[in-house]
Ligand binder design. Structure first.
Ligand code: GDP
Length: 484
């Protein structure tokens, strides 16, 4: 049965893909996916991208804009009526009027832009750009399509027992031991184990641990499945033999398969398989701040992301249509937490993670690139005198309510902080016994500001360009060749 539904999925994707390409001959269209784990910066990036295309700005590296070939970009009704619209105007108002960050992505949303431009030869053209913003947690579910419940359980339990996670996993691991695979298929017990499993996954996402690889994605980002019975399963300590009929293990296995068929596969078909290009936002600094275990976990998550891009390429039908995702940009976000001198180094850290994942996967799929960026720059650079020395600092307004070294920020005061310097050789960061990364610190050296969040910059308006770091490089990689 799964084979049949795979083949039907493939046929549907192939047909839709062909239909979209025929349509694309008359009206060139590009579907760009924006993804990344929760709080990686998807909402801010998407807002900044739309603002840059519709209002312009300082984008020297984005050739079609810099050379004046883009005449205008306008918002238009999106093609899929059943998908929520990306709330661009609301997000911009929150940033500009309230000087606050807008609410983050929790589900799929879309927005369509039509860009009018002059080709390099001077003829007038349009490109329809469909932006699809979706949680990276859902992307990390795609490899589950090729994973059995037994393997999912083994991998999940090995992760939960690893030193970095074992402490927060203890209540869940105790529930697994108490339940047993061969125990009766009891609903209350299933709910209990699933609840503890979900609590363990959420605990792994806190800033201090900053773990990345936490499938199934809907447990953390349920979207419209919040509270649904589709999420009432969890990995158990399975043995080699298939679980006994009527046992808790058999019940969990059935639900895991139902999750794949009712949740993961439709997401793949309806959204993911139709993307042409993809930007994956990675809060690399959060992992660096949390330490080598978080970095190693991020690396495993990147393996999963590359595996997701291969999903659906290996079957007969998808071999008939070219693999759709042709370009992937990995972007380390929030680079405004570092001094300019470290931006290339941040890029080098992410590049190293992506290259290692790619080498392991023998991946020769889409064209990849890496950038470090701040979609909206919340800090500026300054030189600060300390003890007779001039030192590089960054200046920003910490969000109200955060506390450091006994001081509670009120959301109005500006502070100068010393951004930790990334090492010239990224290898130093991957060595658990090494010095690692010191992150943001107070000038007096007495406070650890690694997890400090800054408010958006003051003085943003709907017309004025948004300050950014290297957003133009991202646009150049993702869009420029389709505007030439
Ligand atoms: P999402 O969950 O991926 O949609 O994440 P958001 O785009 O909502 O970003 C999460 C948080 O990260 C925001 O509320 C900001 O605090 C922070 N953030 C995102 N982008 C930037 C940036 O360019 N600079 C700074 N300083 N903070 C950012």
């Amino acid at each position: 049965m799964p084979l049949l539904s795979d083949a039907m999925d493939d046929a549907r994707i192939a047909l839709k893909s062909l239909a979209e390409r025929v349509e694309g001959l008359a009206h060139p269209t590009l579907r760009l996916g924006v993804t990344g784990l929760s709080r990686a910066g998807k909402t801010i990036f998407t807002t900044a991208l739309i603002h840059a295309l519709t209002r312009g700005g300082r984008l020297p590296v984005f050739e079609p804009m810099q050379s004046g070939r883009i005449a205008r970009a306008e918002l238009r009704p999106q093609p899929d009526d059943a998908v929520p619209r990306f709330a661009y105007e609301d997000h911009l108002a929150t940033l500009a009027q309230a000087r606050q960050w807008p609410s983050s992505t929790t589900r799929v949303s879309e927005l369509r832009l039509v860009i009018s431009y002059a080709s390099l030869r001077g003829s007038q053209r349009t490109l329809t750009l469909d932006l699809v913003d979706y949680p990276g947690e859902w992307l990390l579910d795609l490899p589950l399509l090729e994973t059995s419940y037994a393997d999912f359980s083994r991998q999940s339990l090995a992760l939960a027992r690893a030193p970095a996670r074992a402490a927060v996993a203890a209540p869940y691991l105790a529930a697994v031991a108490a339940a047993g695979v061969d125990g009766p298929a009891d609903e209350a017990r299933a709910r209990e184990v699933a609840a503890r499993f979900t609590a363990y996954l959420s605990a792994c996402r806190t800033e201090r641990l900053a773990m990345s690889l936490l499938p199934p994605g809907r447990f953390l980002m349920p979207g419209d499945l919040e509270g649904s019975p589709a999420l009432t399963f969890a990995p158990l300590d399975v043995g080699e033999a298939a679980p006994r009929a009527g046992s808790l293990g058999a019940m969990m296995e059935r639900r895991f398969e139902a999750y794949k068929n009712a949740v993961v596969r439709p997401f793949f078909r309806t959204h993911f398989a139709r993307l042409d290009r993809q930007i994956v936002l990675v809060d690399t600094l959060a992992a660096l701040n949390a330490g080598p275990a978080a970095l190693a976990d991020l690396e495993r998550a990147l393996d999963g992301i590359l595996a997701a891009f291969r999903t659906g390429r290996n079957s007969l039908m998808s071999a008939l249509v070219r693999p759709r995702i042709e370009k992937v940009l990995f972007a380390a976000t929030k680079a405004d937490h570092l001094h300019r001198a470290s931006h290339d180094r941040l890029e080098a850290v992410l590049a190293r993670l992506v290259e290692r994942a790619r080498a392991r996967a023998h991946d020769r799929g889409a064209a990849l690139d890496v950038v470090a960026l701040a979609a909206i720059r919340a800090t500026r650079e300054a030189r600060v005198r300390r003890g007779g020395h001039e030192l590089d600092a960054i200046v920003g307004t910490p969000e109200a309510g955060q506390e450091a070294a006994g001081h509670v920020f009120d959301g109005t005061e500006e502070v100068a902080v010393f951004p930790g310097e990334l090492p010239a050789d990224p290898d130093a960061l991957f060595d658990p016994s090494g010095a690692g990364f010191r992150g943001l610190a107070s000038p007096e050296g007495e406070a650890d500001f690694r997890f400090l969040r800054f408010r958006p910059p003051a003085g943003l308006g709907p017309q004025a360009p948004l300050p950014h770091i290297r957003l133009d490089r991202a646009l150049q990689f993702l869009l420029a060749d389709r505007l030439s």
